[in-house]
Write a protein that binds this ligand. Sequence first.
Ligand code: ADP
Length: 509
Amino acid sequence: VGAVRDARRLHVVHMTAEMAPIAKVGGLGDVVTGLARACLLRGHTVEVMLPFYECLPKDQLEGLQHDCEFDCPKGRVTDGQMRTEGLRTLAFRAKIDGVPVVLLRPDWGAGNLFRGSRIYGGSYNELEAYLYFSRACLEYLSASGRKPDIIHVHEWQLSAVPMLYWDSFHAAGLSKARVMLTIHNMDNSGECRQEEFAHTGLPGELFASVDKALDERTVGHNPERLCLMKGGIVYSNAVTTVSPTYAREALDGGAAGWLRSTLARPEVRAKFQGVLNGIDTALWDPAVDHFLPAPYSAADPSGKALCKRYLQKGLGLEVDACKPVVACVTRLVPQKGIHLIRHAVYRTLELGGQFVLLGSGHADGDFRRMASEEFRGSPATALLVMYSEAAAHLIYAAADVVLVPSLFEPCGLTQLIALRYGALPVVRATGGLADTVHDVAKGGEDANGYTFTGVDEGSLNSALDRALTAFREQPQWWADLTQRNMLVDCSWERAAGAYVDIYNRLAAL
Ligand code: ADP
């Protein structure tokens, strides 16, 4: 790919709770790394600020070095009084996947924030940790004399940054920067009591009005509660979410919940838009994927049949090229349409196909039971209740169909990976799934898979049945379509352009 070089070189600083591959929980981590790398290639200066979680594998932090130490103001409210102290903070620099990162953490002699064996769910208070981290990022930028053009923050965890920036730091030396917030999922908007906001070193009262960050649900009975994402939306110069349809669903439907009224304000509408994610096409490339027994590409797709045989054999399924393999690679949480995934297992069997699930998450109980009882030793069903990068790669490569029946989906990456690996997606047309999968029944240049709209089993059948019929009856058409899909550009090189346009617009403000 010939890299695009942008005429104007910008300095962009991301602030985030996740970064792939070593600090990744979900799509957020992928987006930060993909976007940062693409912008570096386009000639911009990019840095990512990330908590120095204790669980990060240090051997994968390229060139890790101690940078500086400083005291980060952090408040606590007792008996109605806010007292502020400096929390000793350590800054390190390194590279992750070639991207320069700044890692911050408190001196663990003075507190346990970001300690433990996982990114989330440690024994410390997460809200406190990210409020402290938000402040620490700005303190670091300011103390190090950096003058970024763009501060790009992600999710509720960093939503206090735009508030702190426009309240204090803008006047205190970081005046050039404009701030942008990207919302990857509106499900968690960061509820915060006013007194908890003191962890940023600023009193929550500053933001406790309806036009700022007050949680409007609580007006009248609990005027105490703030919403960080609301504050982030109000105070940022631009707000994006990860697909145009999800942005629309937030404004016109229920995707944003009560935040809809904030997004609908004319001044917010004018700065809010959806920008579709890309995927890391270096990581997800069947031609060089070292997890696969046989590489393949659109030019020579023959290796895909070998991958399918390998998976069927490895999972104890009947080895038969004519049986369609329907796969689902997913977190098992309500958002992903658990009841539809469960139904699809049975429907696929009725239609003579094979079903392979790779999933983990707190709603996995049903599948564990099905795997150990009903489908134990089944020649047509493999339910793998776990997280495995290696298995995911092999499953995409072996699959004929990849199912994504989400109830809502801000963007979704699995359908994009499916297209690139020559599997046809069967998806519920919501959020980013609606933007990226276009039903073959509608025809047209961009037709690339199957969609359905309802949340009932009949709706899912209407798409899955058509897919499996076409697989059986029109093999040449199927081969041509999958081959064409594999060539479509869904890279971050393409997706980054829309972000750079926004950065340029903000830098000109
Ligand atoms: P979300 O961020 O909501 O989980 P996305 O579709 O945006 O959903 O991203 C999911 C990513 O996580 C994909 O790269 C997918 O392959 C991967 N993934 C999901 N579940 C598993 C699993 N059980 N094992 C391995 N990878 C998984």
